[in-house]
Ligand binder design. Sequence first.
Ligand code: EPZ
Length: 420
Amino acid sequence: MEKLIIRGGKPLNGDVFISGMKNSALPVIFGTIAAGDVCTIGNIPDVSDIALAFDILRSMGAKVRFINTDTVIIDTTNVMRKSPPLEYVSKMRASTYILGAMLGRFKEAQVGYPGGCDFGTRPINQHLKGFELLGARVAYGGDGNINVTASEGLKGNFIYFDIASVGSTINVMLAAIFAEGTTVIENAAREPHIVDTASFLNACGADISGAGTSMIRIRGVKKLHGCNYTLAPDMIEAGTYMAAAAATNGNITVRRIIPKHMEAVTVKLREIGLSIDVGDDYITVNSNGAYRGTEIQTNPYPGFPTDMHPQFTAMLCLSNGISKITERVWDGRFKYVDELLKMGADITIDEGSVIINGIKHFKGAAVKASDLRAGASLVIAGLAANGETTVTGIEWIDRGYEALVDKLRMLGADIQRVEY
Ligand code: EPZ
């Protein structure tokens, strides 16, 4: 087992280069199943979720080969119609994308019920509703598998999502690319990773328009082919470093990003009094000391991202005012609060919101990550704290942050990863 040891109180300064977006990489990697050919994907982040996705693809008969540190060649010509091992699938929510990709290409799919970060209930009823509206039949096998079949093929349809769900939008898009006729998804999620996935599928010969808006149109095609594609940068990784700059009174430039993706985060940092410089492919956050509290509601894109909620709580604990973050996406996202309280935070949870009273500083403590973004929140608190903080449960952090210790050290952090 490994843990992080952080000696806090040092302002972070300098440039950090952002990796490819994990939440784009996952649907694109599983989307190669639909291509049934050779795809070269660039800007792949080196994080454990991606390694697991490659293991799942290999277990299904795909060939996966890195040609350099962040570019991979995936050949899914001979992917078998078999369900990947349950012990893989149960670790990661994004393995649900296998359902859409297999259903699209093979008109049948079988995947174990997905796992992933535990925020309470994480249903997939909207995914399955979309598949049924395309003409598929859904059955739950006694072995924990979900079986989706469309023996008469898939037919385009009008699909309205009750919730602008990222996973449902992507999964139905993956299934609909081969459906006969046209599919319209209404109330689609608009995240940049939806656009990335649609752009990848179009590069493979799909006919998708409207990705990034709430209405996506997919005209069915007969077959896809391989392509070369480069992923967008990770907006949540970038936002995490921006919050760390604020919390440590530092001056950080996040590079190789798409500033438009960061607007909700940038607006909030400006609102609390930080100076922000936005360039073509970078943003500089300069925190020269005190900043105000604020109110935030998390919402689907382009709203404030739920995946930035825990990191902003850690940062706002050090504001000179009172803040409130209302979580409107995941009802179980608050586990990180107990760990911040161990570090001296003054936070109460009230009906789906955290109320944050500013404190002078965190005290270093032994804390444990319960999910990916909770872990990021504890690292930010440790970087700002007086004294030493140890963070365990860092396998959660490894799922979504490439080379976290190296990148933080380059910014002046006193952080190390040790066995224990
Ligand atoms: C994706 O999860 C991300 N994961 C999550 O990021 C992110 O928090 C989430 O989108 C919201 O932005 C990946 O992309 C791999 P949803 P996903 O379907 O697709 C409800 C991280 O930290 N819902 O948009 O699972 C659901 O309960 C991870 O990188 C249904 O009710 O999220 C939730 O309340 C954590 N029925 C809301 O919709 C469904 O069938 C949003 O879920 C599907 C979803």
